[in-house]
Design a protein around this ligand. Structure first.
Ligand SMILES: Cc1cc2nc3c(=O)[nH]c(=O)nc-3n(C[C@H](O)[C@H](O)[C@H](O)COP(=O)(O)OP(=O)(O)OC[C@H]3O[C@@H](n4cnc5c(N)ncnc54)[C@H](O)[C@@H]3O)c2cc1C
Ligand code: FES
Length: 306
């Protein structure tokens, strides 16, 4: 099995720590979404699919002032190592008190970060085309995965969906056309790795009109019988991931899903993030696993969708 180029195969258990980062940039991406770039002096090896627990208050101030009491989980959306340290991208949607606090961060301000946390994606079987299927703010872990897989020589195609063009958290190169359900290189975050994306919006305002799982199903149905095998990675709204998992089950395709749960600790202590999974060894054929330490990435066929 291929490994990710930056850091090789993940050891067990994965190293993690508590870090003080500095805001390098915090810029709007699209309506209600922004990209936060955090700079670290040093950061342990990390893999796509892993996440950070960000303290959404001033690390030097009282925790109750203008932020969230409990850390908030965010996928690592990109990671670069260089002579000036390590930069990590967080793409976020403003939802409430914690992300509201993040939206007010200015370059140079300190942020307390716990990570990297969770079980990452596994590389695909050799010779596969990796299809990354991301809906809305589920895209960040797949953007980093696209880069790491492409660097490792894996062929990658992205499928990106949003309710409407204004809610797609990807910057667009206006000089590159986007035509229906055709792959396009109009998205620099992916195109810089040579990865094209098929975009779908529910209202047809950009790319294909319709639900992303339907666009994926049509694309799979149109492929030649002798085309390379496909491995699917998905992250986004749970109904979307469930639909993608169903398509993969019917077609016998490997599929990894990156799940979201409300998380308090992010480290297996509070039990707030349970995911029901099939377990033939258990009395009732299922049991709970923890999204934060057993996941957030799970093989799709293990998950019991609620
Ligand atoms: C592993 C993981 C990775 C994530 N990666 C990202 C990411 O890359 N970018 C991003 O924008 N968001 C991501 N999230 C979701 C993010 O953690 C929540 O949006 C965030 O915690 C909201 O905090 P808040 O204080 O702004 O909102 P709150 O004030 O806490 O809540 C506002 C609303 O959001 C809902 N909400 C809060 N947390 C979650 C959650 N975890 N799942 C679903 N609904 C929630 C609440 O029910 C409420 O309706 C991720 C979550 C997990 C578990
Ligand atoms: S978030 Fe505490 S156990 Fe998972």
């Amino acid at each position: 099995m291929a490994s990710f180029p930056d850091t090789g195969s993940p050891p067990t258990p994965l190293a993690k720590g508590l870090f003080r980062a500095q805001v390098a940039a915090n810029e709007p991406l699209c309506t209600g979404h922004a990209e936060l770039i955090l700079r670290f002096d040093a950061f342990p090896p990390a893999w796509p699919g892993q996440f950070l627990q960000i303290q959404c208050t001033d690390p030097d101030g009282p925790v109750w002032r203008g932020g969230a009491l409990i850390r908030r989980p965010f996928s690592i959306g990109g990671l670069r190592r260089g002579p000036r340290g390590v930069e990590i991208d967080i793409l976020y949607r403003v939802m409430g008190v914690g992300t509201g606090w993040m939206s007010r961060l200015k370059p140079g301000e300190p942020v307390s970060v716990l990570g990297p946390l969770g079980r990452p994606f596994e590389p695909p079987p050799p010779g596969s085309l990796a299809c990354l299927v991301g809906g809305g703010i589920g895209l960040p872990p797949l953007i980093w995965l696209a880069g790491e897989l492409a660097e490792a020589g894996v062929q990658v195609l992205a499928f990106c969906g949003a309710r409407t063009a204004e809610l797609l958290p990807l910057r667009r190169d206006p000089a590159v056309p986007v035509r229906g359900a055709e792959p396009s290189a109009a998205w620099p975050a992916l195109a810089r790795w040579g990865v094209a994306a098929i975009v779908a919006t529910d209202d047809g305002s950009l790319g294909a009109r319709g639900r992303l799982p339907d666009v994926l199903a049509d694309w799979l149905a149109a492929r030649a019988a002798d085309a390379p095998p496909v491995a699917i990675y998905t992250c986004g709204p749970e109904p979307m991931m469930q639909a993608v998992a169903g398509i993969c089950r019917r077609r016998g395709l490997p599929c990894q899903v990156c799940l979201e749960r409300m998380m308090a600790c992010g480290m297996g202590t509070c039990q707030s993030c349970v995911v029901p999974v099939h377990d033939p060894a258990a009395e009732d054929g299922w049991r709970y696993r923890l999204c934060c330490t057993d996941g957030p990435v799970f093989p799709a066929e293990h998950v019991i969708w609620e």
